[in-house]
Design a protein around this ligand. Structure first.
Ligand code: FRU
Length: 492
């Protein structure tokens, strides 16, 4: 990969000649790795989902965007609307780095409704002459015609005392009659934290304090927080940076997870169980949630990580968003299931019922590069179960289940070119219950595995050959009785 100079990274998209932008878009269109039912950038780099909301009968989904290449340069918000969270209409950049306070990037933030209008609160990233970072929180109103009116000055001008300039990603929520913003922060001792602000008029925001958790030493920065109450439980999600790996846990460069418990708002304290990762795969970060038209809590994440190079970087584009997941709490545990609306993309259903044993079986006429595959494990006497997807002579992505340990593994060591630097080539998780079902979404260059009807999710980018379309199954020893249901998936 070529090195980008600072000037190149902070070049304004509006000043780039049209033919250069066209050439960048053409590279995406020609890419063998272009996704068909995931939101991916029209050019350049996508990162965090931003400003997610269901408002006036439409979903609004934006993402962090650097249009000019696969690097983290000057960030914009690229915006889509949708009626169903499956088909998206692109609107291009909606928030631009065009004021003093966001001169070096309109960073992540959230959407909220106030007085029947749509607003965004986001982080303005600014750098001074000595390249010192200044973070403030800004509000922009989205007008009917999708033009933007930014408030003339930041609503939160600087980090509170005792915190560094790593102060960003406000998530606004309403509770009773007040608005709150929860913001990712780093204290002066270099520990990750979240802080809360309150407002009744959305212009004046009062610092309430830090939210106290048991995680006093848990990484040096907490990015992209989110808070909501679900089925009587309070959930705080955030992305800690600087957490050490611990067995099967925390093996990605940065984590995305949650704590669940009860929040005492008056004392700003949360009583909670352990931090859990939201996804046990390789590529998942900066998720945000919102409430959909049916009142369900839906989550979308960035299917990528900061500070990692991906095979499409050479083609000047990188990353995509995950499919939306519905969250619920069952028996005190968080469940994540793919949104039902994705069923619209299904065509050509094929089913098969049979035994897997130690002789590898290729499923015929099954194959594909974009599909949904449901595997029901009806009986399992195998020591280990193997499912190979996107397989060709050279490539294969392996899902492995160890029955005794109840351990599910996603192995991408043979999946094709790999993102770097990344620790290891497999990720594992111990299930709460024996494996009964896998629901797998395969797009051109990604896999999302939902396990046991929402118990776990494992997500990864994979970059196999064009002819890697096979689906195979086998066991280490013993046999399993399986039902396969496969749907091809159309473009979203
Ligand atoms: C997370 C993040 C956010 C920040 C944004 C900048 O990936 O670093 O904390 O607002 O990306 O693009």
């Amino acid at each position: 990969m070529r090195e980008w100079t600072r000037d190149e990274r902070y070049q304004r998209f509006e000043e780039v000649p049209q033919d250069k932008l066209e050439a960048l878009r053409a590279q995406v269109q020609q890419s063998n790795y272009k996704q068909i039912f995931h939101i991916q950038p029209e050019s350049g780099l996508l990162n965090d989902p931003n400003g997610l909301i269901y408002f006036n009968g439409e979903y609004h989904v934006s993402h962090q965007w650097f249009p000019l290449g696969a690097v983290h340069g000057l960030k914009y918000w690229y915006n889509y609307t949708s009626k169903d969270l499956v088909h998206f209409e692109p609107h291009g950049p909606i928030l631009k780095p065009d004021t003093k306070n966001d001169s070096h990037g309109v960073y992540s933030g959230s959407a909220f409704e106030y007085d029947n209008h749509l607003y965004y609160m986001y982080t303005g990233n600014a750098r001074d002459e000595s390249w010192q970072r200044h973070s403030s929180q800004l509000i922009a109103k989205v007008n009917q015609d999708k033009t933007i009116s930014k408030f003339p000055k930041p609503v939160i001008g600087q980090p509170p005392e005792g915190y560094t300039e790593h102060f960003r990603d406000p998530k606004v929520f309403k509770k009773d009659d007040a608005y709150y913003a929860i913001i990712g922060a780093q204290n002066v001792h270099k520990s990750g934290r979240v802080v809360l602000y309150q407002s009744t008029d959305i212009v004046h925001w009062q610092f309430m304090g830090e939210l106290e958790t048991k995680l006093t030493e848990f990484g040096y920065m907490w990015e992209c927080p989110d808070y909501f109450n679900l089925d009587g439980f309070d959930i705080l999600m955030f992305c800690p940076q600087g957490v050490e790996p611990d067995g099967d846990k925390f093996n990605n460069i940065y984590q995305a997870g949650y704590i669940i418990g009860q929040l005492d708002v008056d004392n700003l304290a949360m009583n909670h169980a352990d931090f859990n990762e939201l996804d046990n795969g390789f590529d998942f970060y900066a998720p945000q949630s919102f409430v959909d038209a049916q009142g369900q809590r839906v989550l979308i994440g960035w299917m990528g990580l900061p500070d990692v190079n991906y095979p499409t970087d050479e083609e000047n584009w990188a990353h995509c968003l995950t499919i939306p997941r519905v969250l619920s709490i069952e028996d005190g545990k968080l469940k994540q299931r793919p949104i039902k609306a994705l069923k619209q993309l299904r065509f050509n259903e094929e089913t098969a019922l049979g035994y897997a044993n130690k002789f590898t079986r290729q499923l015929h006429p099954y194959d594909g590069k974009q599909y949904e595959l449901i595997i029901d494990v009806l009986e399992n006497d195998a020591t280990e179960l193997y499912f190979e997807l996107r397989s060709s002579r050279q490539h294969s992505t392996l899902i492995k289940y160890n029955t005794r340990e109840q351990k599910l593994t996603l192995d991408r060591s043979e999946s094709g070119p790999l993102p770097t630097p990344v620790e290891g080539t497999s990720r594992s998780t111990i299930l709460d219950t024996p494996l009964s079902q896998l629901q797998i979404f395969i797009d051109t260059s990604s896999i999302e595995v939902f396990c046991n009807d929402g118990e776990r999710v494992m997500t990864a980018r994979i970059f196999p050959d064009e002819d890697a379309t096979g689906i195979k199954t086998s066991t280490e020893s013993g046999q399993a009785y399986l039902k396969f249901t496969k749907y091809e998936l159309k473009e979203g």
